[in-house]
Design a binder for this molecule. Structure first.
Ligand code: SAM
Ligand code: FES
Length: 351
């Protein structure tokens, strides 16, 4: 094993911070034994906080309409080939009801930025879910809004908010998004969400076009400043009807190492092994947990719309019913020696 690799992993674990050189070392050339050392350190760190528990979040992808045109995203408004859909409040509630039956205690409502869902409609949906399932957490992931809107959703009962910052580097941000979108505003949204009292998640795609060690370094600095409760990372995967159709996919290896680094830097953070990771590698989600992740987000959306929420090509689990995904994931977790938690799975500082 490389002495430098081991020393670097130990230092990041001890200091809970990382320099550019350390990041380059941990993401650079490494033997499988080096890598395993990093993953084992991350697993141990997760275990001291979460005791081999994995949290499940039921994901409801309730609209694929979006007013934005992010260059990487399969449901961008410019993609005329996407078949659009919206779920009604009743349909969303029915997804949550079946999720609750299956034992989920968190529902994540995710969608494009769809103006149809006014603040009034979002609040009504959140209130209805909390009324029917007062023991469950509601996470929103519906993009950039004003402080006032975020506050309304929070007052209606929303507990958490996921908004990947995508990249902390402004120049990189401008290469991934049209000029009307601003990385600075996205970061401000995250700060607003935190100030309001949400458990907040930021994150990036690993291997997005034009990403470098330096931009990842900036991401880690931003995360240290924000101190998010959740961090969502998964490989960038190309979608055939986007401007990035010919860009190479992000690497599973780098995603796993970055998950491990994040676990070492943020021991208490909620860290999903994402569907994108499971798409890029059939055992990607298991590998993610074994690299320090502790959250999985099975899909609760009706099968009739699953194949339409396609952010990237080849997305897994588009044909299965929620109950099938539930059994499959629970088995996968048990097979690697972990167990599904039956609590809401709040961040330790919120529990
Ligand atoms: N509209 C909301 C927002 O902007 O946060 C939520 C939906 S958005 C599709 C959720 C996340 O999907 C994005 O933050 C992005 O990181 C990820 N994503 C989009 N396109 C992707 C791709 N081609 N490969 C991997 N992840 C992608
Ligand atoms: Fe809006 Fe992807 S461009 S969700």
């Amino acid at each position: 094993m490389s002495d430098e690799y081991k020393k670097t992993a130990d230092a990041v674990r001890r200091e809970r911070s990382i320099t550019r050189e350390q990041l380059a070392c941990l993401l650079g050339q490494a033997s499988s034994r080096d890598e395993e050392y990093l993953f084992a350190a991350a697993r141990e760190t997760a275990e001291t906080v979460f005791h081999k528990q994995v949290y499940l979040r039921g994901l409801v992808e309730f609209t694929n309409y979006c007013k934005n045109d992010c260059y990487y995203c399969g449901i961008r408004c410019g993609n005329r080939a996407a078949e659009r859909y919206r779920l009604t409040e009743e349909e969303i509630l029915s997804c949550c009801d079946s999720g609750a039956e299956l034992g989920f205690r968190t529902f994540v409502l995710q969608g494009g930025e769809d103006p149809y869902y006014t603040d009034e409609r979002v609040c009504s949906i959140v209130r209805a879910i909390k009324e029917r399932h007062p023991d469950c957490a509601v996470t929103l992931s519906i993009g950039e809004k004003s402080y006032e809107s975020y506050k309304k959703y929070y007052d209606a009962g929303a507990d958490r908010y996921l908004l990947r910052h995508e990249t902390a580097d402004e120049e990189h941000y401008a290469k991934l998004h049209p000029a009307v979108m601003s990385g600075a505003y996205r970061k401000q949204c995250l700060r607003d969400l935190k100030a309001i009292g949400y458990q907040v998640g930021c994150g990036i795609m690993v291997g997005s076009p034009f990403q470098t060690i330096d931009t990842i370094c900036e991401d880690l600095v931003f995360m240290q400043e924000l101190q998010p409760h959740m961090i969502g990372i998964g490989p960038f995967l190309a979608h055939k009807d986007t401007p990035f159709r010919d860009e190479p996919n992000g690497s599973v290896e780098t995603t796993l190492r970055l998950l491990a680094i994040l676990r070492l830097m943020f021991p208490k953070v909620l860290l999903p092994a994402t569907t994108a990771l499971g798409t890029a590698d059939a055992l990607g989600r298991e590998k993610g947990i074994l690299a320090g992740a502790n959250v999985l987000m099975p899909n609760l959306s009706p099968v009739s719309v699953r194949g339409k929420y396609l952010l990237y090509d080849g997305k897994i689990c588009t044909g299965e019913e929620a109950a099938e995904c539930n059994v499959c994931l629970r088995n996968r977790i048990e097979r690697i020696g972990y167990r599904v938690a039956d609590s809401r799975g709040d961040h330790p500082d919120f529990a």
